[in-house]
Design a protein around this ligand. Structure first.
Ligand code: PLP
Length: 451
């Protein structure tokens, strides 16, 4: 089966129509025939590229459950390709009026998903990191002189970005299950301007207890930024999750970051940040002589730290949401399959002698390990690394996992009979980012257990 066949006709017909639009401008004969590259030359280059690309791991296949990686939805790359042939820039409305409008539509849908009822403010970004940087910039401007706090499970870039922003970063300790120390937050509340709450940690998909933290924020008056770069779209199926109460109060956060290029089926280059209070836009006020704002309407570049951004990203996300709306029956169905895959896999692991879950999955990421005979952390690390390596060496019946490193002192809180002879414990980690994982996990678990 040629996986791409059904889409090639669609692409050809859409590109042909778009070419009609190009040709509707008067004939300018710009292309000197001697400058049109020969199809043969391009074919040779593409053929070399194809072989190079085959050096990738099979991100498309359910045997790949390593990192947060999968190909975009076909409608996303079709839409991206069409828009890219024009190459609009969503920095200014004039850089791409239709794709800027699409971006605003997408942001409105994300804001509705979060539960923001009043008009909010937001835009797409190149990455979740840039989106978080903006939210932390707004945090600093909102409470100058105060710290930005996040748990030790938060994405490593928060600490780095606080350095960039020259703002004090306060690390909130967590217990053995990754639950933040609420007393620590209470005791440091006079210093905290904004607390970052991670809704789905990158490591193990832990949803931090937003509901309880919100109660503290109400009492002690700090802001909350939700880093939902990974977990944001799980809001669609919040009612199915143990963390339901936390998803129910997502709308109380001052800002939320969600990465459409993770669970939103988008090609890379698509993050987003949304602020509850649109007046934070004044922090971004700038007056650039190079831009070309020709109307009073909001130009997305006015509220962004980035300048140029691909209009094609907005087109791709817009098209995807037309096909798979932000609802439990649209995009939510995929997330539900992913969580079911994780639960099923966790069950299969628990049923095996000598295999242990590090902790039950909350979303679609599972941390687990094979128990060594000698309970030294160095032995644990050795045998689990070996399984990880072996899986990758078999192309057909192999598997792709990732390794997850846990400070030894944290690991022994859960497994006190281990001798911490190394500083970090290495366990296996699987990210079930694809709906196909739901059917495939039994086979995958078999392959892993029998290595
Ligand atoms: C992935 C991730 C980020 C960083 O996002 P990028 O798009 O990779 O820059 C930040 N926070 C969390 C929780 C993430 O999972």
């Amino acid at each position: 089966m040629n996986h791409f066949e059904p889409y090639l006709d669609l692409l050809r017909s859409s590109l042909t129509k778009l070419d009609g639009w190009r040709n509707s401008f008067d004939d300018h004969n710009s292309e000197d025939p001697s400058e049109i590259p020969s199809a043969m030359a391009i074919q040779k280059i593409l053929s070399e590229l194809e072989s190079k690309l085959e050096g990738n791991y099979p991100f498309h296949h359910p045997q790949y459950a390593g990192q947060m990686l999968k190909p975009p939805h076909p409608v996303a790359w079709l839409a991206y390709t069409l828009a890219m042939t024009i190459n609009p820039n969503n920095h200014a409305l004039d850089g791409g009026p239709p794709t800027s409008a699409m971006e605003k539509e997408c942001i409105k849908k994300l804001a509705d998903m979060i539960g923001y009822r009043e008009p909010s403010l937001g835009h797409l970004t190149s990455t979740g990191t840039i989106a978080n940087l903006e939210a932390l910039f707004v945090a600093r401007e909102s409470h100058p002189g105060k710290s930005i706090a996040a748990t030790s499970n938060a994405h490593y870039t928060h600490r780095r970005m606080c350095k960039v922003l020259n703002t004090d970063f306060l690390e909130v300790p967590v217990d053995a299950d990754g639950v933040p120390d609420l007393n620590f937050i209470k005791n440091h509340s006079d210093k905290i301007g904004t607390l970052v709450v991670t809704m789905g940690t990158t490591g193990l998909g832990i949803v931090e207890p937003l509901q309880k933290i919100k109660a503290l924020a109400d009492e002690y008056h700090f802001r909350i930024h939700a880093d939902a770069a990974y977990g944001g779209f799980f809001k669609l199926i919040g009612s199915e999750l143990a963390s339901k109460a936390d998803w129910d109060v997502l709308e109380s956060c001052d800002s939320v970051v969600i990465d459409p290029h993770k669970h939103g089926l988008q090609p890379y280059g698509c993050g987003s940040v949304i602020y509850k209070d649109p007046s934070v836009g004044t922090f971004f006020k700038h007056d650039s002589p190079y831009t070309y704002f020709t109307s009073d309407e909001l130009h997305l570049g006015e509220i962004s730290l980035e300048c140029s951004r691909a209009g094609a990203s907005a087109a791709a996300f817009w098209a995807t949401l037309e096909l798979l709306p932000l609802s439990d029956t649209g995009l939510g169905k995929i997330l539900l399959s992913c969580t079911k895959a994780a639960k099923k896999f966790a069950g299969l692991i628990t049923n095996q002698p000598n295999w242990f879950l590090y902790q039950p999955p909350q979303l679609d990421i599972v941390g687990y390990f094979k128990m060594p005979e000698i309970k030294n952390i160095s032995e644990l690390n050795r045998i689990n690394r070996e399984i990880f390596q072996k899986g990758m060496s078999d192309k057909k019946d192999g598997f792709h996992l990732s390794l997850f490193s846990i400070p030894a002192d944290q690991f022994v809180l859960k497994y006190p009979d281990f001798n911490p002879d190394q500083s970090h414990a290495t366990i296996l980690r699987s990210v079930f980012l694809k709906a196909e994982h739901e059917d495939f996990v039994s086979q995958l678990a078999n392959r892993i257990i029998n290595t």
